[in-house]
Design a protein around this ligand. Sequence first.
Ligand SMILES: CC(C)(COP(=O)(O)OP(=O)(O)OC[C@H]1O[C@@H](n2cnc3c(N)ncnc32)[C@H](O)[C@@H]1OP(=O)(O)O)[C@@H](O)C(=O)NCCC(=O)NCCS
Length: 251
Amino acid sequence: MPRDLRSEKTPLNAESLASPPYVNPLTLANDKNPKMKELRPYCLLLNESDLDDCDWLEHAAFDPNEAASREKLEYRLVTCGELCSGIFASAYQTNPDPIGSVIRSRKFPSVDSAHSDRKRVLLGHIIATKSTSDKVTDGSMSFPTDWRTNYRLDPPNGHHEEGDTICLHSLCVHPSFHKRGLGAVLLKGWTQRIRDAGLGKRIALICHDYLVPFYERAGFKKIGPSACQYGGGNWIDMIMEFDEPGQNASW
Ligand SMILES: CC(C)(COP(=O)(O)OP(=O)(O)OC[C@H]1O[C@@H](n2cnc3c(N)ncnc32)[C@H](O)[C@@H]1OP(=O)(O)O)[C@@H](O)C(=O)NCCC(=O)NCCS
């Protein structure tokens, strides 16, 4: 006998109606920021096929002593790409600058085979790993160089699949597209996805002093000076605990 799906349906009650509706951060940001609207950006998970674009973007956005090496990016995209997100725009090289000139500057993947001259441009990315420590450490910023030949669930450094802390190692936006809200919208969509998918208990990151207000607006709490010496040190620990009430983004 076929299942009577209608009898199994849960009726709407006060509790289900009270749960907060899903907010699409891109819709909000597009309304607030006309410069972002022009780009029609969209977010996607990243994987190994995005390595060229992530490597290019990482080195365009960060100081050379802070940018992750291509090898480290490859390790992170292969090992835990589900923790990484990109914000993209699709455009032609004839589009007005800055996106037109960015497309003319190097080779980008096509959006699909039917539109080979319509390119998909990575405008910003978030690259992350998991850690068993509740803060970002120099060990979590590093990676095991033999990771391709020696898979370990509990490696000496790098990504720990069993960890509860998602370490955000790299958030960056191409310098030609700063101050359009792309960094904020990418971060907001990513934190929401990580939280809703139950991928960990908290997000940890290190940043320089001047970016503390930016991350506080996204719902992170300033912890204090970090012990990390990566890229010369002088970092601040920031944490977003998922089970701590009242820790919400304010934008
Ligand atoms: C930080 C970064 C991702 C922000 O991206 P963005 O798309 O320009 O950010 P948004 O437009 O969403 O938000 C802009 C806000 O970022 C903050 N911000 C960005 N750069 C800043 C800087 N150099 N000094 C102080 N605040 C800064 C400000 O709060 C700014 O708000 P304002 O415009 O009202 O001053 C981008 O500047 C970047 O890629 N920087 C280089 C890489 C980096 O340092 N990443 C952070 C690693 S922890």
